[in-house]
Ligand binder design. Structure first.
Ligand code: F6P
Length: 553
């Protein structure tokens, strides 16, 4: 049987990963003092250091060959040309159009044939968002009782929450124009925790939902609308309500005036939507200029992604390293460690971006995949992570590749703290690489005066294997522009992995079954409901919940 170019390239990766010592990084540094110079890249103000992974020239060449065989560049160009690359939902994928000037000429293919001018609607919506933001900030638009708006609550979930929340956390300061609050969880304890901090007369409510049918968002929107109505009356509440959605029928039915609806198109996926109308809370809370800079930064990464050669292309390289770890070395988890507290929601954003996009088990043509796909993504800001899960990364049985995001210059005056932060980030990556040998531990314990039998007893516990891979992304500073670059970098990384694995990285059918089952369970939890037909565990639990709530079985 002749193998396709793609299968040949995959076979090469697998055979490179089987070479003796394939995972050893220290040996590569020992053999090549120039390794850092040769395996880091700089573009868009981001330094990407790949040298603390086990790639060498041969592996990198093999990975680049894989990218060629998987036609990543051609697929990228098809995305940029607005073709229907989200095949299961029959949609174009054009989040890049959201941050491009109209002159970039983005067009979206329509399922019924022909194209629409993506840039025109983006330009129009951005201008409406800008004017609205300006009017709220100047007080030209005020609340029902004539007060200015000071707080904005974004009600949304998934991509309609995580992206805006992550950016708001990163860019908001006490000098910013409005205070942002985020309501996502269907658990009304979330609302109960927020409500006492809000004055209804000064609160603007954004219902952020692409579909405007998501159960959690609509439940929360009804609760907050009720709170506004109780305080301001029905007509007054309407003056505080805004919708960010593609579903104008549903926004009207909910009672939101058409001029208060900011739309976008179905070629914007939820997890890629923070650049669209879904980002209105960012503009309102952090300021229009910040939002514009965010878009400009993302655009600069788009231009890099669309034009840089593969061996210099940061998103592609980041994706290829993940493919090496997942498919070559069999490492199925990946940690995201931003050493900047402003990025504390970045791991949560990437969890959705990567796991919803890459958690797939069939190829575009519906065949079972032949290779592992998306790894488990988790993370925390450093240094907090060091005091929670880093133990497992250092001494657990399976290596977990980690991305360290370091920022050279902070936006605060506490230089000592910042040095401590950077020293820790660098030290964690160095420790993962270096490990700790028996002679090193023994020597240190002897110097501390530890008795020999105690050294022998503790030695195995104090050894670190080392050779654990990490990637470092170094930014000169974090601001709206560089944040835009960073987020777009990961979006394009996800695109490249989808192409390498030949999966649809833009659908999310896996979340549907749970939604459907929840709908059928809901009436069974009503006081007068009855336990329906389920597996015995689910039926048993529903029965116990009914009993605990004092309802008949
Ligand atoms: O359930 C998954 C999902 O569809 C995500 O992809 C999306 O970001 C989220 O729900 C929210 O969807 P919507 O914006 O339509 O409320």
């Amino acid at each position: 049987m002749t193998l396709s170019a793609r299968e040949t390239a995959w076979a090469r990766i697998h055979s490179l990963a089987q070479r003796p010592g394939a995972g050893s990084i220290r040996a590569l540094f020992d053999a090549d003092p120039e390794r850092f110079r040769r395996f880091h890249r700089r573009a868009c103000g981001i330094l990407l250091d790949l040298s603390k992974t086990s790639i060498d020239d041969e592996v990198l060449a093999g990975l680049l060959e894989l990218a060629r065989a998987a036609r990543v560049t051609e697929r990228r160009d098809a995305m940029a040309a607005g073709q229907i690359i989200n095949q299961t939902e029959r949609r174009a994928v054009l989040h890049m159009a959201l941050r491009a000037p109209r002159s970039a000429g983005f067009r979206a293919a329509l399922p019924e044939g022909g194209y629409e001018d993506a840039g025109a609607s983006v330009e129009e919506t951005l201008e409406r968002m800008r004017q609205f933001t300006h009017a709220i900030h100047t007080g030209d638009i005020r609340g029902a009782t004539g007060e200015t708006f000071t707080d904005v609550i974004n009600i949304g979930i998934g991509g309609s929450d995580l992206g805006p929340f992550m950016v708001g956390r990163a860019l908001w300061t006490v000098r910013s124009p409005m205070r942002p609050l985020y309501l996502a969880n269907a658990d009304a304890h979330n609302w109960e925790a927020i409500r006492p901090r809000l004055n209804p007369h000064r609160t603007l409510m954004l219902v952020a939902s692409k579909t405007f049918t998501t159960a959690e968002t609509m439940a929360n929107a009804r609760v907050v609308r009720g709170w506004l109505e109780r305080n301001l009356g029905e007509a007054g509440a309407r003056r505080h309500m805004v919708a960010l959605s593609t579903n104008t029928e549903a926004t009207t039915a909910f009672g939101i005036a058409p001029e208060r609806v900011f739309g976008f198109h179905d070629w914007v996926g939820g997890r890629f939507s923070l650049w669209s109308a879904i980002g209105l809370s960012i503009a309102l809370s952090c300021g229009w200029d910040e939002f514009a800079q965010l878009l400009a930064g993302a655009r600069s990464m788009d231009e890099h992604f669309l034009s840089a050669p593969p061996e210099e292309n940061l998103p592609l390289l980041l994706a290829l390293i993940t493919a090496w770890h997942v498919n070559g070395l069999g490492l199925k988890a990946h940690a995201i460690l931003p050493y900047d507290h402003r990025l504390s929601r970045f791991p949560a954003h990437l969890q959705q971006l990567e796991m919803e996009s890459l958690g797939k088990r069939v190829t575009l043509s519906g065949e079972p995949v032949r290779h592992e796909t998306g790894p488990v993504i988790f993370g925390e800001p450093g240094t907090n992570a060091q005091h929670s899960f880093m133990q497992l990364l250092h001494q657990g049985t399976t290596p977990v590749p980690a991305d360290f995001v370091l920022v050279a210059n902070p936006n605060h005056p506490y230089a000592d703290n910042h040095r401590l932060l950077l020293a820790n980030g660098l030290a964690q990556a160095e420790a993962l690489l270096r490990g700790r040998t028996a002679p090193e531990v023994t020597e240190e314990m002897r110097r501390a005066g530890t008795p020999e039998e105690e050294i022998a007893r503790l030695l195995p516990h104090r050894l670190f294997p080392g050779d654990r891979p990490s990637t470092t992304l170094l930014l000169e500073r974090l601001d709206a522009y560089t944040l835009g670059q960073l987020v777009a970098l990961y979006e394009h990384k996800v695109f490249c992995l989808g192409a390498l694995w030949d999966i649809d990285a833009f659908d999310q059918w896996g979340v549907e079954l749970g939604k459907q089952l929840a709908k059928s369970i809901l009436p069974e939890l009503e006081p007068a409901g009855r336990v329906g037909s389920h597996d015995p565990s689910t039926a048993g639990l529903i029965g116990r919940i009914r009993a605990m709530q004092g309802n008949p079985d």
